[in-house]
Design a protein around this ligand. Structure first.
Ligand code: NAP
Length: 244
């Protein structure tokens, strides 16, 4: 029987590439999106035309009710959830002194409460099955801190603490909880950077290139596979050597 994955924020960027990679590896998919309906539905149709069972589902991860409806929909369609990837996220580059209460709240609500909402909603089904895998997308800035991204770094560090604590609590239920902390990955999230910034980031990366969404998808495939059954509570950082 095919495994089932929920990938949050799968309409674009890293989440979209992960959805494609998991579909190619035999997963049924729930493609979560919030604003990018067209992109999510187009991806879903592409996968359906290849015989893959996938649904696009709109839910704002920061809204618990919407998340619970999404998870119930997934259970009704697929009966079980083998994998949750908490990928949905927003970024903002801003001086600490300019961060408003609204900026701060939005960052916490989407990037951190979103992870809590989705995980708590899914985990009860995994516990009753006594198996499951959860992958939380953090960032190198959650490991080492990023200037002009204090609120982003805070939530991404929070995701690492969440991952470690939950891994301890859910280990006895045979549920592995891990985090991927990507380096600089070429997606829409970098669109605020100019060519010079991107060249400098490349120069600061020992492997001399920026990462791709595929670099992260490959890492997620490994963590979701049986080969990673003894790995839990860990942070893996595909970053080209940017942070060592
Ligand atoms: P992206 O291309 O901007 O995609 C972000 C995704 O998150 C979109 O699919 C978006 O969906 C979704 N999203 C945003 N707010 C949402 C909400 N409230 N509810 C549901 N979905 C929501 O960015 P990306 O680079 O792929 O980022 C994916 C993850 O990787 C994020 O957690 C990010 O922090 C992390 N990351 C990225 C980098 C990088 O360099 N790119 C580095 C480290 C970590 P809609 O458009 O449908 O709203």
């Amino acid at each position: 029987m095919n495994k089932t994955a929920i990938i949050t924020g799968a309409s674009k960027g890293i989440g979209r590439q992960m959805a494609k990679a998991f579909a190619e590896n035999g997963y049924n998919l729930l493609i979560n999106y919030n604003n990018s309906k067209k992109e999510a539905e187009e991806l879903c149709q592409q996968l359906n035309s290849k015989g893959i069972i996938a649904y696009a589902y709109k839910a704002d991860v920061s809204d618990r009710k919407q998340v619970d409806f999404m998870v119930e929909f997934c259970i009704k369609r697929f009966k079980n959830i083998d994998l949750l990837i908490n990928n949905a996220g927003v970024a903002q580059s801003i001086l600490f002194t300019d961060i408003t209460q609204d900026d701060w709240k939005r960052m916490i609500d989407i990037n951190l409460t979103g992870v809590f909402n989705c995980t708590q909603s899914v985990v009860k089904y995994m516990i009753s099955e006594k198996k499951g895998k959860i992958i939380n997308i953090s960032s190198i800035w959650g490991m080492v801190g990023g200037s002009c991204e204090v609120h982003y770094s805070t939530v991404k560090a929070g995701i690492i603490g969440f991952t470690k604590a939950l891994a301890k609590e859910l280990g006895p239920s045979n549920i592995q909880v891990n985090s991927i902390a990507p380096g600089v990955i070429q997606t829409d999230m970098l669109k605020g950077l100019n060519d010079k910034d991107l060249e400098e980031l490349k120069y600061d990366t020992p492997l001399m290139r920026l990462g791709t969404a595929d670099d992260i998808a490959e890492c997620a495939l490994f963590l979701a596979s049986d080969k990673a059954d003894f790995i839990t509570g860990q942070v893996i950082s595909p970053n080209g050597g940017f942070v060592i």
